[in-house]
Ligand binder design. Sequence first.
Ligand SMILES: [Zn+2]
Length: 392
Amino acid sequence: MIINKAPFLYWYRTKCFIENKRIQEIDYHNRIAYIIKDAPSLLQDFIKIDINNEETIIDFVNNYGFLTHEFAGDKVKIGTLSSKGFKSTYSESVDSFKERVAEFKMLLILHKVYTSDEPVSVLLNPNNAISWHYRILSELRQRTRGYLDIKTENSVIKSIAIKEQDYFEGMEYSTSIIHSEKDLKSVASDILTRIINEGIKDICPMLKLNNEFNEINSTWKTRSLLEILYLKYYETISNGEELRRCANEKCNKEKYFPVRIDKVKRYCCNECAFQGMQNDAYREIRNPNSNKYSPAKAKFQEVYGKLYYLDSYNRIDREIFKKWSKKARKKLKDINNDTIKQSGFIEWLGVLEEAHKQAKEGKITYKKLEEIITILTRELEVEYNGKYQEKK
Ligand SMILES: [Zn+2]
């Protein structure tokens, strides 16, 4: 008699098609039980569903089953399901399925707002185009309206502005900034936790005997795949992880991948990292005829790629690399189209490129390279005090 350490959590995949705005099961005989533990990318695969492409919904149900069918907790064999009263042609509304996908995509963004240092820019990122989930979006607007002006168009955020505060007598004595990005973070995290808690509130741990009544297993009592998806999101957050979208635009799996929130990891795999560095966007910023032409950006990506490589093989300290890239990115944003500043930035990157070359050739140690990265990062901090202009 043993108790299994890993909880058994089952669901049923099945075969389906879409007709009359319903996802319909072809035949209950197609139901095949699978163990959730054996489906590590369940949550990612749900979030990556393209709600404008119903084929991706069919794929998901074929792989993972319906969202809300209440067959969990049943120990009955597949063939006897009909005697339990299930109809052989179970179906689910396509619209409510899409609504759920949109909700989970939105959870991802709320989570990103929580983990990011620049929450406003997360919301403005066109890749995060917050469409569809009108309810969450309007709650976010409603609760931040005292200090943020979030303008939307067709449920997509178009602009976010910090509202001017009305001046009042005695305001100058106030020591705290009344409204900041921190408030946006807390509102987003509050909505996120509330939705997830609501989603998992009916799940509870449970002991279960096997069919021979000679083995006790531990499991969770769940009623739907949807609950399991919330549980998966709960696990992601409790593990200190987040789901990121692979930065390789050509990642053919359009993968979301779980990664610890403190890690610098933009690509789902090494292959994508390599491809991502050479993708169209990259080529465009290097093309003088393109309106996205930016030699500073191109140079940054080149050097970033080199350091990223060293970081992924643990040759350099991640914190040092992270600090550097954060400062450099900020700088890159600031210099925008200023050509004089751009050439200074390229020069700054050139120093690091040279140091990197020397480290690779064994002329300096990686420790030394780390020191140089730190010095350069500090230089950028000082530069904001006008040192840079003097040099030019
Ligand atoms: Zn990828």
